[in-house]
Design a binder for this molecule. Structure first.
Ligand code: ADP
Length: 361
């Protein structure tokens, strides 16, 4: 393969030895690139694959039987085939392409044409992660815009109605004003959740990890919540002498959020029974918050921790919330060194659990 041959080789002997050297160095390069997880392939002027490294075969889901075969027959990617065709006219191309369907990967493909030999060098870098992050960022902005627009338009419509004359009717004015208040509160929560999440995800949330007795903190949270939700009965079953390593503020946020959800996603015309308990697991402690609410279907168990993911329950979709609470909770638990999940409760409802580290004895 002559792709990297720099100077012109005059005599046949010189040419041969230069080619042998170039072949060896391209093989070295190909193996170095494989170690760097960069796909490398050369297509000769007849359209056959003359060099391919392991990373490239893995990326494109082909075997080394591809060597010497026509790229059109071997490569299952229309996008890559079309780039190979197009590079003959432009000499250099860099584009993002999708890998084989089954893999769900994306690649940054850099192609260049060596004019003298008419060989095409293809380099593939795995861009799946960057691609995912980019689409998460786009979704995030789209979601935020949507979540901001809804309460803002309610506020605007109600304010306009008030100015248009509804102010004169005391009952109607009260109704419109309380809609404005409710939606501005929603905006405040949304913005504080977004800021919280952004601080945590940027790594700027600094934890003050200490050995603390969590029972007192839980009792205080339960007392505050019970004052607001008088129909909720929250039973605490946590060892009096338990000590865990936590950041108090983060722990408070986690428990408050999970208890809030346990109440929010329970039918509000009944007495809501919730329990919070702790289980010693050796080096960790497991906290469980169990409710008798609507439950979470198995396919959404993991998804509820994604930003903006909300279950489409007719009954609860108007419930205040934007789907950021559990994303924040998961980040905080992970930052404190624990894990989090949920499972079905019996006969109905959900158990949210999270673990935290116990101090070493
Ligand atoms: P929010 O409550 O603001 O919608 P969360 O991130 O706290 O956002 O929760 C995401 C979704 O997970 C909720 O919209 C709800 O559909 C579901 N969920 C959370 N907690 C519970 C629970 N205890 N029982 C049933 N569904 C829940």
């Amino acid at each position: 393969m002559k792709f990297f041959s720099g100077q012109k080789n005059n005599t046949p002997k010189k040419r041969l030895s230069a080619e042998v050297a170039t072949k060896a160095s391209s093989r070295d390069l190909s193996s170095v690139l494989s170690h760097m997880n960069v796909g490398f392939m050369v297509i000769d002027k007849t359209g056959c694959i003359s060099e391919i490294n392991t990373a490239c075969m893995n990326f494109l889901n082909i075997s080394n039987a591809a060597l010497g075969c026509s790229y059109i027959e071997i490569l299952g990617s229309h996008e890559l085939n079309s780039l190979i065709r197009r590079v003959k006219n432009t000499n250099n191309l860099v584009e993002e392409i999708n890998g084989p369907k089954s893999g769900g990967m994306t690649f940054l493909a850099s192609l260049s044409l060596e004019e003298n030999t008419q060989e095409i060098l293809v380099l593939l870098t795995n861009s799946t992660r960057i691609h995912k992050l980019e689409s998460m960022r786009r979704d995030f902005i789209a979601n935020i815009s949507h979540e901001l627009r809804t309460p803002l338009s309610v506020i605007r419509a109600n304010a306009e109605s008030l100015l248009d004359g509804a102010l004169k009717d005391h009952d109607t004015a009260k109704k419109f004003s309380s809609a404005i208040l409710k939606n501005s509160e929603k905006l405040t929560y949304l913005l504080s959740d977004i800021l919280n999440l952004a601080t945590i995800e940027s790594g700027e949330y600094s934890l003050d990890m200490r050995t603390v007795n969590p029972k007192k903190i839980i009792e205080k949270i339960v007392k505050d919540i019970s004052e607001n939700y008088t129909s909720a009965e929250i039973k605490i079953d946590v060892n009096d002498n338990l000590e865990v390593i936590i950041d108090e503020e983060a722990f408070r946020q986690v428990v408050t959020n999970l208890l809030d959800n346990a109440i929010k996603y329970s039918p509000n015309n009944e007495r809501t029974n919730i329990s919070i308990r702790s289980k010693n697991m050796g080096t960790k402690v497991k906290f469980e918050i169990e409710d008798r609410g609507i439950g979470i279907p198995p396919k959404s168990r993991e998804r509820v921790f994604e930003r903006f993911y909300r279950l489409k329950s007719e009954q609860f979709i108007s419930t205040s919330g934007v789907g950021l609470g559990l994303a924040i909770v998961k980040n905080l638990v992970n930052l404190m060194g624990g894990s989090i999940g949920n499972e079905s409760a019996h006969p109905n409802g959900t158990i949210f659990w999270f673990t935290l580290n116990l101090p070493s004895k």
